[in-house]
Every structure is written in structure tokens, then in C-alpha cells.
Unconditional design. Structure first.
Length: 99
């Protein structure tokens, strides 16, 4: 899956928007934020690298979300991280590892 060039050019604004929505009281919004991070780590993990510490901390937090659908969507992030690790890509830049 390719990332549209317009989105790639504005990825910092895109990420800033998601970070702003990350703790929204609506479970559906948090679920969509998780889904966006899952898609980004799958399609273009390099855009997450500068923010990986915050993304990982957020995903750890929402893995414990009281809404099961949000927590389940957050689990997909770890699945994609394992796939990347198996492909010898280090999306964590040495700060975190998937175990």
C-alpha cells in the first residue's frame, strides 16, 4: 500500500492531529487513532520513527482501554511491529524492541 504524496508531504500535521485525538473520550475516535498508527507502521514506518517513543507509550496505554474494540485495535500495532522486525526493519530505532 502506498502513501499519497500529499499526505507524505504533510505527515507532521497529520500525526499532530492524531496525537490531539489520542485521548478523545469517544472510544470510536481512539479506535480510529489506533488504526491510523497501525496503517502507518505498515505502510511507512519511517514517518513514525521520530515519534516512536510516544506512539509506543500510547499503544501500551490503549492496550488496557476499557473498550475492548480499542484495545483490540491497539494489539494490531504490535502484530505489525513483529512483521517489521521479522523483515529486519528496526522501527524502534534501538529504543524499544518487540519481545
Amino acid at each position: 500500500m502506498l502513501m499519497p504524496s500529499a499526505l507524505y508531504a504533510s505527515v507532521d500535521k497529520y500525526l499532530h492531529g492524531f496525537f490531539g485525538l489520542a485521548n478523545d473520550p469517544a472510544a470510536e475516535v481512539r479506535k480510529l487513532v489506533c488504526a491510523a498508527f497501525v496503517q502507518l507502521i505498515e505502510v511507512r514506518p519511517s514517518v513514525l520513527e521520530p515519534h516512536m517513543k510516544n506512539v509506543i507509550e500510547y499503544m501500551l496505554q490503549v492496550n488496557k482501554d476499557t473498550d475492548d474494540e480499542v484495545a483490540l485495535e491497539a494489539c494490531e500495532f504490535w502484530v505489525q511491529g513483529i512483521v517489521l522486525e521479522q523483515d529486519n526493519i528496526d522501527p524502534m530505532n534501538g529504543q524499544y524492541t518487540f519481545k
